[in-house]
Design a binder for this molecule. Structure first.
Ligand SMILES: Nc1ncnc2c1ncn2[C@@H]1O[C@H](COP(=O)(O)OP(=O)(O)O)[C@@H](O)[C@H]1O
Ligand SMILES: [Mg+2]
Length: 259
């Protein structure tokens, strides 16, 4: 199971990534969580203290140079298929039973250029997605264009996180379109931050046919945990049930695909 998590900023991608990763790890599954958001903060959501977060791969200049055979300055030759097989073990860090890899940002100057950093990261993500036997959870950003087809097609499912509001619901439809273009095999939505008393049926019409995988309640304990720099996994019965339902929907394969 290779899960990519996307959605508008602030909807709860990192929160969901941490909840899924930690729950699966608690059940004894091998899980690797990949922080693919340039504004990386999955480490603290998994329970790492500030300052203990691993250094982003994109900042490892020597490694990038060595693996891609590149020299300073763009326009020069570099390998687009660097060997990355040893990197997950070397640079991941274990947190509460989850292995965490932080990719970091690549400055493309807005041109979406292919540079040595992005070649290395792309190769690394594709390699992880193609390895059998472990669950991969990719915490991404709303802009998924840079994923590339090979990477997108190796994902089992992309979760789009939305909040009960038009802005994130509209972003979800944009992501849906992009995901279709790069052929992500399966999409599903998690509606997060549902306030008490809000009927989910008020939201589903706006999903416009995107399958609903599950929901997470608006939870003051999650806000409090974040304020304290702690993991959102509070272990309340409600949270456990909600996360379980999302995982069941993911692993059951239902509800179908729609891109
Ligand atoms: N279910 C929830 N209840 C309360 N606060 C939440 C919930 N989910 C996320 N949050 C808070 O919303 C903010 C954004 O969440 P985050 O997971 O960082 O979003 P993203 O990764 O999509 O930018 C954080 O402050 C987080 O603690
Ligand atoms: Mg995030």
């Amino acid at each position: 199971m290779k899960i990519a998590i996307s959605g508008k900023g602030g909807t709860g991608k990192t929160t969901l990534a941490a909840l899924l990763a930690r729950t699966l790890a608690n059940e004894g599954r091998p899980v690797i969580a990949v922080d693919a958001d340039p504004d990386a903060n999955l480490a603290s959501a998994l329970g790492l203290a500030p300052g203990e977060a691993p250094k982003p791969i994109s900042q490892m200049r020597e490694l990038i140079r060595e693996r891609t055979d590149s020299r300073e300055g763009y326009g020069s030759y570099f390998k687009i298929n660097p060997d990355v097989r040893d990197l997950p073990e070397r640079f991941s860090r274990e947190v509460n039973g989850v292995r965490l890899l932080t990719l970091g940002g690549v400055s493309t100057g807005g041109s979406g250029c292919i540079c040595p950093e992005s070649a290395l990261l792309k190769a690394l993500v594709t390699h992880l997605l193609l390895r059998p036997d472990e669950v991969v959870i990719l915490d991404m950003e709303a802009g998924i264009e840079h994923l590339g087809r090979a990477t997108a097609q190796a994902v089992t499912v992309m979760i789009i996180v939305v909040e009960p509001g038009q802005r994130s619901l509209q972003t979800a439809q944009t992501i849906r379109r992009l995901a279709g273009e790069i052929h992500v095999p399966r999409l599903g939505v998690v509606v997060n931050k549902i306030p008490p008393g809000l009927d989910i049926n008020r939201i589903t019409p706006y999903l416009d046919g995107l399958p609903l995988l599950g929901t997470l309640s608006l939870d003051p304990d999650i806000a409090e945990a974040d304020l304290e720099g702690q993991s959102p996994l509070t272990g309340t019965d409600r949270q456990t049930q909600e996360v379980r339902a999302i995982l069941d929907a993911l692993f059951a394969g239902a509800p179908g695909t729609a891109t």
